[in-house]
Design a protein around this ligand. Structure first.
Ligand code: GDP
Length: 473
């Protein structure tokens, strides 16, 4: 067994699915283009010895530089956007166009320039293979410095939240990947409400985003909102444990939960099937709202509909993790070697690893971010605005009462903590706007110093939709 980062050659992969041809630009397509579709399970195997993936990691001071020969994937999605001129087709030559079919290319160019970010949380009791799976998913070594606690230390352990960030670059596209881990979850003797610190962490990220969004400089907001939570379920229990139910119920309104059946190699295929069925049943029975894959359009082709259904039926994804490369049938594969045989991480007959990775990275990453923004964050934001409005109304009524009572001295008011916080925030913002105005006014008339080309940004009230970003004042 050779640790895969020491392995000198690209590694052949098992078949992951059908190879989708690149979408032909300008050609009318019905429904979702092939590059957006999950690959077909059990498609044609293929090796490509020319392409060696390269990861450049260097975020958060965790890993400075890391080169790894990536195992090759037979279904590497072809670069679908922005590579072609949508009008460059013989049949288009004598037609007149305005030209807005280039809009997707413009969007593509802008987003590639900006780069992407994704925050993934992993939760579940320790020892279920979370770190191994994350390393296998992203071909990194994110847990080099992890310190494992002994049994005594774990008795009173509280749940910690740790963050690992890496910058990955593939084919010129940059991804800032943040993994949020929850060591200690479910490890103590008393695990009552141990999901609380995880819920608090998610709320704090929403709160930070809400503050930044309502602030003066909204251009470079760092988005630390959690886009997905892989929740690991033990393969040794009979379905969900009470803690699993509690955790998922406490968090399902805040984050996209994707349930994972850990260490699937410890179960026979029939056991996997039965466990999956039981877990799905319990998820429904307890009213847990896990991440829902978007429905495919009715005009999609049958093949795609079937793949989509297969993906939905795979929940919870039964996964196997391994950070070693072993030799199976003359090929080098990522897997686990046992006296009786080898389990291959990327063999879809052995587990759902490839399905999970495809879903997470290739087909649904953007949807996970969209649902986070449009549903979970919106819920949080609506809640905040409601409490702020209530506070303002209360304050107005109080002032009115004070005026009408005719007393000479102000009635002392003891506002709640949130009220004081919000008031303080509004006051700070007002003061900042005033300060900026007084600083800039004389300068703008006379000179172009270092600040003068920076546009003044209008004050946006916290909690109110701030509208599009200002171009200039
Ligand atoms: P974590 O505490 O949840 O992060 O778990 P680790 O990733 O540290 O894994 C704990 C142990 O389980 C290690 O000895 C791993 O080698 C092993 N392990 C990880 N993934 C799997 C798996 O899919 N199957 C089996 N059988 N063991 C695994």
């Amino acid at each position: 067994i050779i640790p895969d980062h020491e392995h000198p050659h690209p590694v052949d992969r098992e078949a992951e699915g059908g190879d989708s041809p690149p979408n032909t630009p300008g050609t009318p397509t019905s429904g979702t283009p092939p590059f957006l579709r999950p690959p077909t399970a059990g498609g044609r195997a293929q090796s490509d010895n020319q392409c060696v993936g390269r990861l450049q990691l260097g975020g958060g001071g965790m890993v400075d530089h890391y080169d790894m020969q990536s195992p090759l994937s037979p279904t590497r999605p072809k670069s679908p956007w922005g590579r072609f001129d949508p009008y460059d087709f013989p049949e288009d030559q004598d037609k007149e166009y305005v030209g807005f079919a280039t809009l997707p290319n413009q969007v593509h160019r802008k987003s590639v320039k900006k780069g992407f970010d994704f925050t993934l949380m992993v939760a579940g009791e320790s020892g279920l293979g979370k770190s191994t799976l994350v390393n296998s998913l992203f071909l990194t070594d994110l847990y080099k410095d992890r310190k494992l606690l002994n049994a005594e230390e774990r008795i009173t352990q509280t749940v910690e939240i740790t963050k690992h960030t890496v910058d990955i670059e593939e084919k010129g596209v940059k991804l800032k990947l943040t993994i949020v881990d929850t060591p200690g979850f479910g490890d103590a003797v008393n695990n009552t409400e141990c999901w609380k610190s995880v819920a608090d962490y998610i709320d704090q990220q929403f709160e930070q985003y809400f503050r930044d969004e309502s602030g003066l400089n909204r251009k470079n907001i760092q988005d630390n909102r959690v886009h997905c939570c892989l929740y690991f379920i033990s393969p040794f229990g009979h379905g969900l444990r009470p803690l699993d139910v509690e955790f998922m119920k406490a968090l399902h309104e805040k984050v996209n939960i994707v349930p994972i059946l850990a260490k699937a190699d410890t179960l026979t295929p029939i056991e996997v099937k039965k466990k999956k069925f039981k877990i799905r049943e319990e998820i429904q029975q307890y009213g847990i709202k896990i991440y829902q894959f978007p429905d495919c359009d009715s005009d999609e082709d049958e093949d795609f509909k079937q793949q989509d259904q297969e993906l939905k039926d795979s929940i919870p994804f039964a996964v196997i993790g391994s950070n070693t490369v072993v030799e199976a049938k003359g090929k080098r594969v990522r897997g686990r070697l046992y006296p009786w045989g080898i389990v291959e991480v990327e063999n879809s007959a052995h587990c759902d690893f490839v399905k999970l990775r495809n879903m997470l990275v290739r087909t649904h990453m953007q949807d996970l971010k969209d649902v986070t923004r449009e549903t979970h964050y919106e819920n949080y934001r609506a809640h905040c605005i409601q409490s702020m409005t209530r506070m303002v109304v209360k304050e107005r009524n109080r002032n009115k009462l004070t005026r009408e009572s005719g007393t000479d001295f102000p009635i002392p008011v003891i506002p709640s903590t949130t009220d004081t916080e919000t008031e303080k925030l509004i006051r700070e913002k007002d003061e900042e706007v005033q300060r900026r105005h007084s600083e800039h006014e004389p300068e703008q008339e006379h000179s172009h110093d270092e600040h003068s080309d920076r546009p003044l940004e209008p004050h946006s009230e916290p909690g109110l939709d701030p509208g599009p970003e200002p171009e200039a004042s």
